[in-house]
Design a protein around this ligand. Sequence first.
Ligand SMILES: NC(=O)c1ccc[n+]([C@@H]2O[C@H](COP(=O)([O-])OP(=O)(O)OC[C@H]3O[C@@H](n4cnc5c(N)ncnc54)[C@H](OP(=O)(O)O)[C@@H]3O)[C@@H](O)[C@H]2O)c1
Length: 362
Amino acid sequence: MTTSLPPISTLLGPPAPPSLPQLPYQRWASQHPPKDPVHLFTHKTVLVTGSNTGLGFEAALKFARLDAGHLILAVRTPTKGEVAKQRIVEATKYPSERISVLKLDQGSFVSVRGFLRDLEKVLRGRGLDVVVLNAGMAAPRWRVCEETGWEEAVQVNVLGTAMVGMGVMGFLKAGGKAKGDGEGELGQLTLTGSVGHMYVKREDMMGLLDVKEEEEEGGLLRVVGSREFFGVEKSYSVIKVLTMYVMQGLMECARREEDGEVGVWVNVVCPGFCVTDLGREFPWYLVWMTRVMHWYCGRTAEQGGRSLVSATLLGEEGHGGFWVNDGLARQGDMVTSEEGQRLQKRLWKEIRDICKRELSIK
Ligand SMILES: NC(=O)c1ccc[n+]([C@@H]2O[C@H](COP(=O)([O-])OP(=O)(O)OC[C@H]3O[C@@H](n4cnc5c(N)ncnc54)[C@H](OP(=O)(O)O)[C@@H]3O)[C@@H](O)[C@H]2O)c1
């Protein structure tokens, strides 16, 4: 397969020393920021969700610097998206007419459907080349989305992300095909995950592993989103395990209908622990803890944004992979173990069924 992507060897960085505990590992990562990608995205249409601030904004800024043909900022609040667009134009002299701002609130299925309709209009029959599903939140407390009835992080990070991923798949397949009838480079879908998923242990998933298949009423997703299961830190990491499950599910959707071959490359990236507003609603003691951590082992959002961009350059070798610290890393036990894989199948079926139903509503 011939592609215009750079050889993966040019993107790889030094591996972290083996078997470091979590804190020294993060300290090492902050002292070894990822490489800043230089590969151009000329003629490519790139979409980044949650791109008004933090990692998403930094990634969008880089895609503009790297000459993306068309940049689509998908944001919860369009006025914030317009400010981000202005900042990108001022910083890069990127032509403003090549940036589209679209509203996307992953807390609402109605909004996701509206976003996909707007996206189709903006693309005008063209496909997408690169999509970074970065929008996400760290739930400060147990809260339920009024419109959907799902716990907020399950709704925004899992269902919202999966629904957008399934919704853009057709555009990504078209983008890949446009480069030569399925030959050459495919569309690329990248999800923002976290190394936090690797530290999730069997015990953390207990409430889920206890649910027998025949008892599944209400679904495993209801368990993850229940008040009893919730814990600020635990839930965030478990949700990132589910991000890995969603990637594997989206890899099934990425197959071409005609021959079952891979039609879109899908992967997950972790930017490392970065200084952003992710914990903006945390209780005061966690805000302070996060600040100390930022000082001790935080990367800048710009450094984290580098990984979001390099993850989209991995092509076939990165398909199904977990990209962190400029390397394809081992995935957590709750992803790779037999038990984890059984859970993935059951959870993905629930997630896919909900998203399919919501996507089919006109
Ligand atoms: N920072 C880290 O250390 C770190 C590490 C690993 C992974 N991550 C992941 O990276 C991603 C970006 O996080 P960040 O650190 O850049 O945080 P951030 O600065 O808080 O940015 C989060 C982005 O997601 C958007 N968002 C939140 N809720 C949304 C919703 N309901 N619908 C649509 N968009 C929504 C936010 O929009 P508003 O501005 O409108 O709220 C914002 O644009 C997240 O998925 C996070 O889990 C972060």
